[in-house]
Design a protein around this ligand. Structure first.
Ligand code: S3P
Length: 441
Protein backbone atom coordinates (compact mmCIF):
# COMPACT_ATOMS: atom_id res chain seq x y z
CA UNK A 1 0.00 0.00 0.00
CA UNK A 2 1.16 3.54 -0.81
CA UNK A 3 1.93 5.90 2.06
CA UNK A 4 0.09 8.98 0.82
CA UNK A 5 -3.25 9.40 -1.01
CA UNK A 6 -3.70 12.24 -3.50
CA UNK A 7 -7.35 12.95 -4.27
CA UNK A 8 -8.37 15.67 -6.72
CA UNK A 9 -11.83 14.54 -7.82
CA UNK A 10 -15.16 13.86 -6.19
CA UNK A 11 -16.48 10.35 -6.70
CA UNK A 12 -18.93 9.99 -9.62
CA UNK A 13 -22.45 8.58 -9.17
CA UNK A 14 -22.66 4.83 -8.53
CA UNK A 15 -25.26 2.16 -7.87
CA UNK A 16 -23.62 -0.91 -6.36
CA UNK A 17 -23.62 -3.73 -3.86
CA UNK A 18 -20.65 -4.35 -1.56
CA UNK A 19 -19.55 -6.52 1.35
CA UNK A 20 -17.42 -4.99 4.10
CA UNK A 21 -14.98 -7.17 6.10
CA UNK A 22 -15.88 -8.93 9.35
CA UNK A 23 -16.64 -7.04 12.55
CA UNK A 24 -13.42 -6.10 14.37
CA UNK A 25 -14.88 -6.26 17.88
CA UNK A 26 -16.35 -9.70 17.23
CA UNK A 27 -13.19 -10.97 15.49
CA UNK A 28 -10.97 -10.06 18.45
CA UNK A 29 -13.49 -11.49 20.91
CA UNK A 30 -13.73 -14.70 18.89
CA UNK A 31 -9.95 -15.16 19.03
CA UNK A 32 -9.67 -14.49 22.75
CA UNK A 33 -12.72 -16.48 23.84
CA UNK A 34 -11.95 -19.43 21.54
CA UNK A 35 -8.51 -19.59 23.21
CA UNK A 36 -10.36 -20.47 26.45
CA UNK A 37 -12.63 -23.13 24.96
CA UNK A 38 -11.86 -26.83 25.14
CA UNK A 39 -11.07 -27.97 21.60
CA UNK A 40 -11.44 -26.59 18.12
CA UNK A 41 -13.34 -23.38 17.28
CA UNK A 42 -13.80 -22.10 13.75
CA UNK A 43 -14.62 -18.57 12.57
CA UNK A 44 -15.73 -17.73 9.06
CA UNK A 45 -15.22 -14.20 7.73
CA UNK A 46 -12.78 -13.29 10.50
CA UNK A 47 -11.40 -9.80 9.85
CA UNK A 48 -7.83 -10.15 8.59
CA UNK A 49 -6.54 -6.79 9.74
CA UNK A 50 -3.48 -5.92 11.82
CA UNK A 51 -5.46 -5.68 15.08
CA UNK A 52 -6.88 -9.18 14.66
CA UNK A 53 -3.56 -10.67 13.48
CA UNK A 54 -2.01 -9.21 16.63
CA UNK A 55 -4.69 -11.00 18.68
CA UNK A 56 -3.82 -14.30 16.95
CA UNK A 57 -0.11 -13.70 17.56
CA UNK A 58 -0.88 -12.97 21.20
CA UNK A 59 -2.66 -16.28 21.87
CA UNK A 60 0.09 -18.09 19.96
CA UNK A 61 2.65 -16.60 22.38
CA UNK A 62 0.49 -17.92 25.23
CA UNK A 63 0.71 -21.44 23.82
CA UNK A 64 -2.51 -21.69 21.78
CA UNK A 65 -2.28 -22.88 18.18
CA UNK A 66 -4.30 -21.49 15.30
CA UNK A 67 -4.61 -21.92 11.55
CA UNK A 68 -5.53 -18.93 9.42
CA UNK A 69 -6.76 -20.01 5.98
CA UNK A 70 -8.37 -18.07 3.13
CA UNK A 71 -11.95 -18.91 4.20
CA UNK A 72 -11.73 -19.69 7.88
CA UNK A 73 -9.69 -19.45 11.05
CA UNK A 74 -9.30 -22.40 13.41
CA UNK A 75 -8.24 -22.04 17.04
CA UNK A 76 -7.41 -24.97 19.29
CA UNK A 77 -8.34 -23.85 22.78
CA UNK A 78 -7.09 -25.58 25.91
CA UNK A 79 -9.67 -24.46 28.45
CA UNK A 80 -9.62 -21.81 31.17
CA UNK A 81 -6.17 -22.81 32.47
CA UNK A 82 -4.61 -23.74 29.16
CA UNK A 83 -2.03 -20.97 28.62
CA UNK A 84 1.65 -22.03 28.71
CA UNK A 85 4.45 -19.50 28.28
CA UNK A 86 7.84 -18.51 29.63
CA UNK A 87 8.40 -15.83 32.23
CA UNK A 88 8.56 -12.29 30.76
CA UNK A 89 7.03 -13.28 27.44
CA UNK A 90 6.44 -10.14 25.36
CA UNK A 91 3.05 -9.53 23.73
CA UNK A 92 2.80 -6.70 21.23
CA UNK A 93 -0.77 -5.43 20.84
CA UNK A 94 0.30 -3.04 18.04
CA UNK A 95 -2.36 -0.35 17.61
CA UNK A 96 -5.21 -2.31 19.20
CA UNK A 97 -6.73 -0.87 22.38
CA UNK A 98 -9.31 -3.65 22.42
CA UNK A 99 -6.72 -6.44 22.33
CA UNK A 100 -4.49 -4.72 24.89
CA UNK A 101 -7.35 -4.14 27.33
CA UNK A 102 -9.14 -7.48 26.94
CA UNK A 103 -6.00 -9.57 27.30
CA UNK A 104 -5.56 -8.38 30.89
CA UNK A 105 -8.68 -10.37 31.73
CA UNK A 106 -7.31 -13.57 30.24
CA UNK A 107 -4.06 -13.19 32.17
CA UNK A 108 -5.78 -12.85 35.54
CA UNK A 109 -4.53 -16.29 36.66
CA UNK A 110 -1.24 -16.44 34.72
CA UNK A 111 1.63 -18.03 36.61
CA UNK A 112 4.34 -16.24 34.68
CA UNK A 113 4.80 -12.57 33.83
CA UNK A 114 3.87 -10.96 30.55
CA UNK A 115 5.21 -7.70 29.22
CA UNK A 116 2.48 -5.99 27.21
CA UNK A 117 3.64 -3.52 24.57
CA UNK A 118 2.02 -1.48 21.84
CA UNK A 119 2.85 0.93 19.03
CA UNK A 120 3.50 4.64 19.59
CA UNK A 121 -0.19 5.51 19.51
CA UNK A 122 -1.26 2.77 21.94
CA UNK A 123 1.64 3.64 24.26
CA UNK A 124 0.14 7.12 24.72
CA UNK A 125 -3.23 5.72 25.83
CA UNK A 126 -4.32 5.34 29.43
CA UNK A 127 -4.70 1.92 31.03
CA UNK A 128 -5.83 3.06 34.48
CA UNK A 129 -9.39 2.08 33.57
CA UNK A 130 -8.25 -1.55 33.22
CA UNK A 131 -5.60 -1.62 35.94
CA UNK A 132 -8.07 -0.69 38.70
CA UNK A 133 -10.55 -3.57 38.20
CA UNK A 134 -7.79 -6.08 37.44
CA UNK A 135 -6.02 -5.22 40.70
CA UNK A 136 -9.31 -5.85 42.52
CA UNK A 137 -9.28 -9.38 41.08
CA UNK A 138 -5.77 -9.75 42.53
CA UNK A 139 -3.65 -9.29 39.41
CA UNK A 140 -0.16 -7.83 39.88
CA UNK A 141 0.48 -4.93 37.53
CA UNK A 142 3.67 -2.91 37.13
CA UNK A 143 3.39 0.25 35.04
CA UNK A 144 4.75 3.76 34.74
CA UNK A 145 1.89 6.33 34.64
CA UNK A 146 -0.60 3.59 33.69
CA UNK A 147 0.84 3.44 30.19
CA UNK A 148 2.37 0.66 28.09
CA UNK A 149 4.71 -1.17 28.36
CA UNK A 150 3.06 -2.82 31.37
CA UNK A 151 4.18 -5.96 33.18
CA UNK A 152 1.36 -8.27 34.25
CA UNK A 153 1.46 -11.26 36.57
CA UNK A 154 -1.67 -13.12 37.50
CA UNK A 155 -2.75 -14.55 40.80
CA UNK A 156 -3.37 -18.22 41.48
CA UNK A 157 -6.69 -17.44 43.17
CA UNK A 158 -8.42 -14.50 41.48
CA UNK A 159 -11.39 -13.31 43.54
CA UNK A 160 -14.75 -12.31 42.04
CA UNK A 161 -15.43 -8.57 42.21
CA UNK A 162 -18.20 -5.98 42.14
CA UNK A 163 -17.45 -3.06 39.85
CA UNK A 164 -19.12 0.11 38.62
CA UNK A 165 -18.18 0.83 35.00
CA UNK A 166 -19.18 4.44 34.45
CA UNK A 167 -17.41 5.33 31.19
CA UNK A 168 -19.62 3.26 28.90
CA UNK A 169 -16.49 1.34 27.88
CA UNK A 170 -17.04 -2.10 26.37
CA UNK A 171 -13.33 -2.77 26.66
CA UNK A 172 -13.41 -2.37 30.43
CA UNK A 173 -16.62 -4.38 30.77
CA UNK A 174 -15.29 -7.18 28.55
CA UNK A 175 -11.93 -7.47 30.26
CA UNK A 176 -13.79 -7.83 33.58
CA UNK A 177 -16.02 -10.52 32.05
CA UNK A 178 -12.97 -12.40 30.72
CA UNK A 179 -11.29 -12.29 34.13
CA UNK A 180 -14.53 -13.27 35.88
CA UNK A 181 -14.66 -16.47 33.82
CA UNK A 182 -11.61 -17.67 35.73
CA UNK A 183 -12.75 -16.89 39.29
CA UNK A 184 -14.55 -19.09 41.74
CA UNK A 185 -17.76 -17.15 42.45
CA UNK A 186 -19.98 -14.42 41.05
CA UNK A 187 -18.65 -11.16 39.61
CA UNK A 188 -21.10 -8.30 39.21
CA UNK A 189 -20.77 -5.21 37.05
CA UNK A 190 -22.97 -2.15 37.10
CA UNK A 191 -22.29 -0.64 33.75
CA UNK A 192 -23.36 2.20 31.47
CA UNK A 193 -24.62 0.29 28.38
CA UNK A 194 -21.99 -0.26 25.68
CA UNK A 195 -21.44 -2.81 22.91
CA UNK A 196 -22.45 -6.19 24.29
CA UNK A 197 -20.80 -8.76 22.01
CA UNK A 198 -19.01 -10.49 24.90
CA UNK A 199 -22.27 -10.93 26.79
CA UNK A 200 -24.00 -12.31 23.69
CA UNK A 201 -21.19 -14.77 23.04
CA UNK A 202 -21.32 -15.91 26.68
CA UNK A 203 -25.08 -16.45 26.39
CA UNK A 204 -24.61 -18.44 23.20
CA UNK A 205 -21.95 -20.54 24.94
CA UNK A 206 -24.39 -21.08 27.82
CA UNK A 207 -22.11 -19.50 30.42
CA UNK A 208 -24.01 -18.48 33.57
CA UNK A 209 -24.44 -14.77 32.76
CA UNK A 210 -27.40 -12.64 33.87
CA UNK A 211 -28.23 -9.18 32.61
CA UNK A 212 -30.79 -6.84 34.10
CA UNK A 213 -31.49 -3.58 32.31
CA UNK A 214 -32.17 -0.53 34.47
CA UNK A 215 -32.88 3.01 33.36
CA UNK A 216 -29.27 4.21 33.04
CA UNK A 217 -27.24 1.13 33.94
CA UNK A 218 -27.11 -2.57 33.21
CA UNK A 219 -26.48 -5.04 36.01
CA UNK A 220 -24.42 -7.95 34.75
CA UNK A 221 -23.42 -10.96 36.80
CA UNK A 222 -21.33 -13.94 35.82
CA UNK A 223 -20.50 -17.11 37.71
CA UNK A 224 -16.97 -18.23 36.93
CA UNK A 225 -15.16 -21.53 36.34
CA UNK A 226 -17.58 -22.99 33.80
CA UNK A 227 -15.70 -24.73 31.01
CA UNK A 228 -17.07 -24.66 27.47
CA UNK A 229 -16.37 -26.48 24.23
CA UNK A 230 -15.07 -25.11 20.95
CA UNK A 231 -17.66 -23.41 18.75
CA UNK A 232 -18.25 -22.08 15.23
CA UNK A 233 -19.03 -18.49 14.35
CA UNK A 234 -19.84 -16.66 11.10
CA UNK A 235 -18.67 -13.11 11.70
CA UNK A 236 -20.99 -10.50 10.13
CA UNK A 237 -19.77 -7.32 8.41
CA UNK A 238 -18.58 -4.42 10.56
CA UNK A 239 -21.00 -1.50 10.99
CA UNK A 240 -18.07 0.80 11.79
CA UNK A 241 -16.42 -0.02 8.45
CA UNK A 242 -19.81 0.20 6.69
CA UNK A 243 -20.31 3.70 8.07
CA UNK A 244 -17.56 5.14 5.84
CA UNK A 245 -19.52 3.88 2.83
CA UNK A 246 -22.84 5.02 4.27
CA UNK A 247 -21.56 8.58 4.59
CA UNK A 248 -19.78 8.44 1.22
CA UNK A 249 -23.11 7.55 -0.42
CA UNK A 250 -25.14 10.10 1.55
CA UNK A 251 -22.82 12.91 0.48
CA UNK A 252 -22.37 11.81 -3.17
CA UNK A 253 -24.74 12.83 -5.94
CA UNK A 254 -27.38 10.41 -7.30
CA UNK A 255 -25.82 7.29 -5.79
CA UNK A 256 -27.20 4.12 -4.21
CA UNK A 257 -25.42 1.43 -2.24
CA UNK A 258 -26.40 -1.88 -0.72
CA UNK A 259 -24.06 -3.13 2.01
CA UNK A 260 -24.70 -6.82 2.59
CA UNK A 261 -24.77 -8.74 5.86
CA UNK A 262 -23.80 -6.17 8.50
CA UNK A 263 -24.00 -6.47 12.28
CA UNK A 264 -26.73 -3.98 13.20
CA UNK A 265 -27.16 -4.84 16.86
CA UNK A 266 -28.60 -1.96 18.87
CA UNK A 267 -25.38 -1.31 20.80
CA UNK A 268 -23.67 -0.39 17.51
CA UNK A 269 -26.25 1.45 15.42
CA UNK A 270 -26.24 4.92 17.00
CA UNK A 271 -24.73 6.18 13.74
CA UNK A 272 -27.78 5.07 11.74
CA UNK A 273 -30.25 6.53 14.24
CA UNK A 274 -28.41 9.86 14.39
CA UNK A 275 -28.00 10.20 10.61
CA UNK A 276 -31.65 9.24 10.00
CA UNK A 277 -32.75 11.99 12.38
CA UNK A 278 -30.65 14.36 10.29
CA UNK A 279 -32.57 13.36 7.11
CA UNK A 280 -30.35 10.56 5.80
CA UNK A 281 -31.92 7.94 3.57
CA UNK A 282 -30.76 4.71 5.22
CA UNK A 283 -32.89 1.57 5.31
CA UNK A 284 -32.33 -1.88 6.85
CA UNK A 285 -33.40 -4.90 4.79
CA UNK A 286 -33.45 -8.68 5.31
CA UNK A 287 -33.16 -8.40 9.09
CA UNK A 288 -32.28 -11.61 10.91
CA UNK A 289 -30.80 -12.88 14.16
CA UNK A 290 -27.53 -14.78 14.49
CA UNK A 291 -26.32 -16.08 17.85
CA UNK A 292 -27.89 -13.09 19.61
CA UNK A 293 -26.60 -10.47 17.16
CA UNK A 294 -28.88 -8.64 14.69
CA UNK A 295 -27.84 -8.73 11.06
CA UNK A 296 -29.20 -6.86 8.04
CA UNK A 297 -28.37 -5.42 4.63
CA UNK A 298 -28.02 -1.65 4.70
CA UNK A 299 -29.44 0.31 1.76
CA UNK A 300 -28.29 3.94 1.42
CA UNK A 301 -29.22 6.69 -1.04
CA UNK A 302 -27.68 10.10 -1.68
CA UNK A 303 -29.37 12.58 0.62
CA UNK A 304 -29.64 16.32 1.02
CA UNK A 305 -31.22 18.95 3.28
CA UNK A 306 -29.48 17.59 6.36
CA UNK A 307 -30.80 18.99 9.64
CA UNK A 308 -28.51 19.77 12.58
CA UNK A 309 -28.82 17.50 15.62
CA UNK A 310 -28.71 18.04 19.35
CA UNK A 311 -27.32 14.58 20.00
CA UNK A 312 -28.78 12.82 23.06
CA UNK A 313 -25.93 11.62 25.31
CA UNK A 314 -27.44 8.14 25.47
CA UNK A 315 -26.32 7.75 21.84
CA UNK A 316 -22.65 8.31 22.72
CA UNK A 317 -21.52 4.75 23.42
CA UNK A 318 -23.71 3.43 20.56
CA UNK A 319 -21.82 5.56 18.04
CA UNK A 320 -18.45 6.01 19.72
CA UNK A 321 -16.37 4.98 16.69
CA UNK A 322 -18.53 6.84 14.14
CA UNK A 323 -18.45 10.39 15.52
CA UNK A 324 -15.88 11.65 13.01
CA UNK A 325 -18.24 10.64 10.19
CA UNK A 326 -21.28 12.10 11.94
CA UNK A 327 -19.40 15.41 12.43
CA UNK A 328 -18.68 15.47 8.70
CA UNK A 329 -22.41 15.28 7.91
CA UNK A 330 -23.05 17.99 10.54
CA UNK A 331 -20.62 20.23 8.65
CA UNK A 332 -23.16 20.25 5.77
CA UNK A 333 -26.31 20.38 7.88
CA UNK A 334 -28.56 23.38 8.33
CA UNK A 335 -28.13 24.74 11.85
CA UNK A 336 -25.90 24.15 14.84
CA UNK A 337 -25.26 20.57 15.95
CA UNK A 338 -24.36 19.89 19.57
CA UNK A 339 -22.58 16.90 21.14
CA UNK A 340 -22.11 16.67 24.90
CA UNK A 341 -20.19 14.30 27.21
CA UNK A 342 -18.02 13.02 24.36
CA UNK A 343 -14.72 13.30 26.26
CA UNK A 344 -14.07 9.59 25.58
CA UNK A 345 -13.15 10.65 22.03
CA UNK A 346 -9.99 12.17 23.49
CA UNK A 347 -8.86 8.67 24.57
CA UNK A 348 -8.95 6.96 21.19
CA UNK A 349 -6.07 6.19 18.79
CA UNK A 350 -5.64 9.94 18.57
CA UNK A 351 -7.47 12.73 20.42
CA UNK A 352 -10.44 12.55 18.03
CA UNK A 353 -12.20 15.56 19.48
CA UNK A 354 -9.16 17.75 18.79
CA UNK A 355 -8.67 16.13 15.38
CA UNK A 356 -12.33 16.74 14.44
CA UNK A 357 -12.20 20.34 15.57
CA UNK A 358 -9.00 21.11 13.60
CA UNK A 359 -10.33 19.21 10.60
CA UNK A 360 -13.64 21.10 10.52
CA UNK A 361 -11.89 24.45 10.92
CA UNK A 362 -9.47 23.54 8.14
CA UNK A 363 -12.37 23.01 5.73
CA UNK A 364 -13.94 26.30 6.80
CA UNK A 365 -16.56 25.09 9.27
CA UNK A 366 -16.99 27.04 12.50
CA UNK A 367 -16.95 25.06 15.77
CA UNK A 368 -16.92 25.56 19.52
CA UNK A 369 -14.96 22.95 21.45
CA UNK A 370 -14.76 22.31 25.20
CA UNK A 371 -13.10 19.45 27.09
CA UNK A 372 -16.00 17.08 26.42
CA UNK A 373 -18.34 18.81 24.01
CA UNK A 374 -18.47 20.11 20.45
CA UNK A 375 -20.73 22.51 18.58
CA UNK A 376 -20.67 22.46 14.80
CA UNK A 377 -22.05 25.40 12.80
CA UNK A 378 -23.21 23.61 9.67
CA UNK A 379 -23.06 25.12 6.19
CA UNK A 380 -25.25 23.42 3.54
CA UNK A 381 -23.49 25.51 0.85
CA UNK A 382 -19.99 24.41 1.83
CA UNK A 383 -17.77 24.31 -1.28
CA UNK A 384 -14.10 23.40 -1.08
CA UNK A 385 -11.50 24.57 -3.60
CA UNK A 386 -8.20 24.75 -1.72
CA UNK A 387 -5.43 22.24 -1.01
CA UNK A 388 -5.96 20.25 2.20
CA UNK A 389 -3.14 18.25 3.78
CA UNK A 390 -4.01 15.80 6.57
CA UNK A 391 -1.18 14.37 8.68
CA UNK A 392 0.06 13.71 12.23
CA UNK A 393 -2.99 11.81 13.43
CA UNK A 394 -1.15 9.18 15.53
CA UNK A 395 -1.82 6.27 13.17
CA UNK A 396 -5.58 6.67 13.74
CA UNK A 397 -7.20 4.56 11.00
CA UNK A 398 -10.55 6.30 11.37
CA UNK A 399 -9.02 9.80 11.11
CA UNK A 400 -7.36 8.70 7.88
CA UNK A 401 -10.49 7.09 6.40
CA UNK A 402 -12.82 9.98 7.27
CA UNK A 403 -10.42 12.37 5.53
CA UNK A 404 -10.61 10.22 2.40
CA UNK A 405 -14.42 10.28 2.50
CA UNK A 406 -14.36 14.08 2.86
CA UNK A 407 -11.95 14.35 -0.07
CA UNK A 408 -14.20 12.21 -2.30
CA UNK A 409 -17.37 14.15 -1.50
CA UNK A 410 -16.53 17.79 -0.74
CA UNK A 411 -14.16 18.83 -3.53
CA UNK A 412 -10.76 20.53 -3.31
CA UNK A 413 -7.36 18.87 -3.64
CA UNK A 414 -6.27 16.55 -0.85
CA UNK A 415 -3.02 15.05 0.37
CA UNK A 416 -3.69 12.45 3.05
CA UNK A 417 -0.77 10.87 4.90
CA UNK A 418 -0.22 7.53 6.66
CA UNK A 419 -2.52 5.37 4.53
CA UNK A 420 -0.94 2.35 6.23
CA UNK A 421 -2.89 3.18 9.40
CA UNK A 422 -5.98 1.82 7.61
CA UNK A 423 -4.56 -1.71 7.82
CA UNK A 424 -5.45 -1.89 11.53
CA UNK A 425 -9.15 -2.25 10.72
CA UNK A 426 -9.97 -2.22 6.99
CA UNK A 427 -7.16 -3.42 4.68
CA UNK A 428 -9.26 -3.38 1.47
CA UNK A 429 -10.80 0.07 2.09
CA UNK A 430 -9.05 1.79 -0.83
CA UNK A 431 -9.70 -1.15 -3.17
CA UNK A 432 -13.42 -1.07 -2.35
CA UNK A 433 -13.55 2.71 -2.93
CA UNK A 434 -11.85 2.22 -6.30
CA UNK A 435 -14.46 -0.43 -7.15
CA UNK A 436 -17.10 2.29 -6.68
CA UNK A 437 -15.14 4.53 -9.05
CA UNK A 438 -13.05 6.64 -6.66
CA UNK A 439 -9.90 8.16 -8.16
CA UNK A 440 -7.15 7.87 -5.57
CA UNK A 441 -3.47 8.20 -6.52
C1 S3P B 1 -14.40 -1.57 21.44
C2 S3P B 1 -14.90 -0.66 22.32
C3 S3P B 1 -14.81 0.79 22.15
C4 S3P B 1 -14.44 1.16 20.71
C5 S3P B 1 -13.34 0.31 20.18
C6 S3P B 1 -13.74 -1.15 20.19
C7 S3P B 1 -14.55 -3.01 21.72
O1 S3P B 1 -13.82 1.31 23.02
O2 S3P B 1 -14.09 2.52 20.63
O3 S3P B 1 -13.02 0.69 18.85
O4 S3P B 1 -14.39 -3.83 20.82
O5 S3P B 1 -14.85 -3.34 22.88
P1 S3P B 1 -14.20 1.70 24.54
O6 S3P B 1 -14.65 0.47 25.22
O7 S3P B 1 -12.93 2.25 25.14
O8 S3P B 1 -15.26 2.74 24.41
Amino acid sequence: MKKIAYINDKINRYNQKIYVPGDKSLSIRFVLIASQAIGKSIAFNLLKSEDVINALNAIKKLGINYKLKKNFCEINGKGLNGFKFKNNTIINAGNSGTLARLIFGLLINSKNSIVLKGDQSLSKRDFKRIILPMQKFGQNIFSRNHKLPIKIKGTEFPVPISYIESKGSAQVKSSILLAAMKTDGITSIKSIPSRDHTEKLYKYLKLPIRIKKEKKFELISLKGKKNFKGFNYKIPGDISSSSFFIVLTLLSKKSKLLIKNVNVSKSRTGVIDILKRMNAKIYLKNKKKYKGESIADIFVKSSSNFKAINCPTKMNSRSIDEFLLIFLVCALAKGISTFKKIGELRNKETDRLKFANNFLNKIGVKTKIKYDSLKIYGNPDLKLNKIYEIKNFDKDHRACMVSIIAALTLGGRWIIHDLKSINTSFPNFILLLKKLGAKIN
